[in-house]
Ligand binder design. Structure first.
Ligand code: PEP
Ligand code: MG
Length: 743
């Protein structure tokens, strides 16, 4: 099967212009041009059924009667996976579903290409040959182009857009997902346009299309530069500069000539610039989908965002001009620039079908304070523009077309929340303390510079955990010494006289840089974090140097993650002290601490307490290793409790050992951000707690009402009475509720 791509495309163009019944003509044309015995089109019908709609080469009587379920047979598998199936010997493939009425017995090789539109499968294009053969990359390319054309023809032929329920309707629906950012938003829905409809597919003049592409790419790049510089169109300079790291990373992807070159190649085969951008975006999407690394997959959203932006620029439209203030943006995936545009236009909330709490969209939603939910699968199939929706970021759910009473309840909740925030706002300038007068330090956990303004917004006492690896993950690479120093200096500048505890790079496990492929059975317990730093001392030394340069003579606090032995701590500390001797000016005070995340450290406390200036408990990892329970496994999420005998006993012992030495102990894992845990930690004697910005004021408000003198004996009694209980949460919470505490 030799291909003359331009010829096939020009025939397809003719066909589109004249054919009244294009499907039978199309399969005939493709079979002839590809010198193949069979070309068929299966169309997706309501109920997730794929029906043979046209064929050249199979039994014509099978048209309209041969049906497969999505997921059934090779055709069904292609529709379900959205990927090309290229099989030299299809009949011996385990998924092959034999349909005698088609007469397909003699055909050995098969290629199935999904026909997709707006990310949904509309049907499958199939080509079969007698000879067992693997279709070449160029052939796959050609069939992909035919599939794009089919995507425009199929809706007219009655294909269902991959939904079994019909679109819209006034039925209320609830989509359970995950919290990306807490908060409630109510408003009319706008659908994030995954791609523009009705674009012209084929072009006569590739040179003119290439010129259009380059002009649009330049304009898009300039628009991004402006967005990143914070002058337009986001409007609010603080927010725009706050999103710098993520956008910088995004701009690097945009400026990557590789994908634009590939778009140019596709244009040269006869497609318009728009069609070529879509085509390349889809190829990248397919490639990325096969990558299991969460961070790399995030790049996918960036790429789709860029492709959409480029399409918008090509069409001369303003990005998201249709988004009204107060609306709820629903998207399959959402890249950073698109969310920033939405924010500039005043969106009230977002729901994203494919987004995780660690993704870029979630990071930005938190920085911009937009209630957001993710993993709300299926919502786009039923939502119509203008539908009323509630984003319930607290519970991680989206309600579409809610009943009147649900609407009222959420409107009330929103109002109550407003009042609560107003009350909390009065606490911002006041020192944190409990009702009995115990002073507390409530500190911020920070990952990106964009979060720094939260220091003043929440009135936090400093930064208790600066996760230095996050900025590197946002960039996709480890920044050089000068760039790192600039990031750290900014944190110290914005903290002014408040302390900042920098944690050295904690890469590995769930925080992998692109390109680092480490095959490990248990990455959380693998070659990660300080272990990498100790084995690659140059990397660690560069970071320590950057921290010292950033301090520029100011006090500096550095801690190391995942320390398992005092010996490891000593090697890291020695590296820091050696670097400190080289950098001038020296910090006014250099504090060297450790995170306590690996239980083994608990049996080295006397030695550790002699060497460490402070200890910060990373409760997320400590709990994971103490109970041998993966922190990323949802079904284990609440199986083991910090409020339990073993953990409280452990904390008691740690506090007792540290007290005479004067080494301060703090907690910086998620546990510190939950009011009941914060109250219990304070009762045990841990009064320095570090948490995400959203928790500072709620925890401060709650602790302000706790009388620790009254609570301590209650806690002791609860511990005595619950010797065999897996968790002490219920009695502790009951006491809090009985005392009217806002938990
Ligand atoms: C922890 O483990 O509790 C911690 C604060 O570190 P991270 O969540 O970044 O692993
Ligand atoms: Mg940790």
């Amino acid at each position: 099967m030799t291909l003359a791509p331009r010829r096939l495309l020009s025939r397809l163009r003719d066909l589109r212009a004249r054919a009244a019944a294009p499907l039978p003509e199309l399969v005939r044309l493709v079979a002839a041009e590809l010198v193949s015995e069979v070309c068929s089109v299966y169309v997706q019908r309501p109920g997730d059924i794929l029906e043979l709609a046209a064929t050249e080469g199979l039994n014509p009587n099978a048209v309209g009667s041969t049906r497969l379920r999505v997921g059934e047979g090779i055709v069904g598998l292609c529709a379900a996976s959205g990927g090309v199936m290229n099989l030299p010997d299809a009949q011996n493939h385990p998924a092959f579903a034999y349909r005698p009425e088609t007469g397909e017995d003699p055909f050995a090789s098969l290629i199935a290409v999904p026909v997709r539109r707006s990310g949904r499968t509309l049907g499958v294009l199939v080509v079969q040959n007698r000879l067992p053969r693997h279709f070449t990359e160029q052939e796959v390319d050609e069939l992909e182009t035919v599939a794009m054309l089919l995507a425009e023809l199929l809706p007219a032929s009655g294909a269902s857009e991959g939904t079994s329920e019909g679109v819209g309707g006034a039925v209320p629906r609830v989509f359970a997902g995950t919290t990306l950012m807490t908060g409630i938003a109510i408003g009319p829905v706008v659908l994030h346009a995954v791609r523009r409809t009705g674009i012209t597919l084929l072009a006569d003049d590739p040179d003119a299309e290439l010129a259009r592409l380059h002009d649009a790419a330049d304009r898009m790049q300039r628009g991004l530069d402006a967005l990143i510089a914070g002058v337009a169109p986001a409007g609010k300079p603080a927010d725009a500069s706050a999103t710098r790291e993520v956008l910088e990373a995004y701009r690097l992807v945009a400026a990557d000539a590789g994908w634009l070159r590939r778009v140019g190649d596709v244009i040269r085969t006869g497609l318009t610039a728009e069609a070529a951008v879509q085509r390349v975006a889809r190829e990248m999407h397919d490639r990325m989908r096969r990558i299991s690394d969460a961070y790399l997959r995030e790049r996918l959203a960036d790429m789709e965002d860029l492709a959409n932006r480029l399409l918008t620029t090509l069409s001369g439209d303003e990005p998201r001009a249709d988004v009204a203030p107060g609306s709820i943006l629903l998207a399959r995936r959402l890249g950073p620039a698109e969310l920033l545009d939405g924010h500039a236009r005043g969106i009230a909330g977002v729901a994203i079908e494919e987004a995780s709490p660690s993704g870029h969209a979630a990071i930005l939603a938190r920085a911009l304070d937009i209630p957001a939910v993710g993993a709300t699968r299926g919502m786009l199939d039923t939502a119509e523009p203008g539908d009323l929706a509630v984003v319930d970021g607290d519970e991680g759910q989206l309600m579409l077309r809610p009943e009147a009473d649900v609407r009222t309840a959420f409107t009330r909740a929103l109002a109550a929340r407003g009042e609560r925030y107003a009350r909390w706002a009065t606490l911002i300038g006041r020192p944190a303390a409990t009702a009995d007068g115990t002073a507390l330090k409530l500190m911020l956990n920070v990952g990106l510079s964009m979060e720094l303004p939260q220091l003043d917004r929440t009135g936090a006492d400093g930064i208790g955990l600066f996760r230095t690896e996050i900025a590197m993950l946002a960039r996709g690479a480890i920044a050089d010494v000068a760039e790192q120093a600039a990031i750290y200096a900014r944190a110290l500048d914005e903290a002014r006289d408040r302390p900042v505890l920098f944690r050295t790079l904690d890469l590995g496990a769930d925080k992998m840089l692109p390109g680092t492929v480490v095959e490990e059975e248990n990455p959380a317990m693998g070659w990660r974090s300080l272990r990498v730093g100790l084995d690659r001392p140059a990397l660690l030394r560069r970071q320590l140097r950057a921290l010292l340069l950033a301090a520029g003579g100011r006090p500096l606090s550095v801690m190391f993650p995942m320390v398992a032995t005092v010996a490891e701590f000593m090697v890291a500390k020695t590296l820091l002290l050696a670097e400190a001797r080289r950098v001038r000016p020296s910090p006014e005070r250099l504090s060297v601490g450790t995170m306590l995340e690996v239980p083994a450290l608990l049996w080295q406390l006397p030695e550790l307490l002699k060497e460490a200036d402070f200890i910060s408990i990373g409760s997320n990892d400590l709990m994971q290793f103490l109970f041998a329970a993966d922190r990323g496994t949802p079904s284990l999420y609440d199986r083991y409790d910090l409020l339990s005998q073993p953990v409280l006993n452990l904390l008691d012992q740690l506090i007792a050992a540290a007290r005479p030495t004067g080494v301060p102990i703090s907690v910086c894992g998620e546990a510190a951000s939950r009011p009941i845990e914060a109250m219990t930690l304070a009762a045990l004697g841990i009064t320095s707690l570090s948490m995400p910005a959203s928790a500072i004021l709620p925890v401060k408000a709650m602790l302000a009402e706790v009388d620790l003198v009254a609570f301590r004996p209650v806690l002791a009694a609860i511990r005595r009475g619950g010797m065999n209980a897996g968790s002490l949460r219920d009695p502790i919470s009951s006491w809090a509720r009985e005392h009217g505490l806002p938990v």
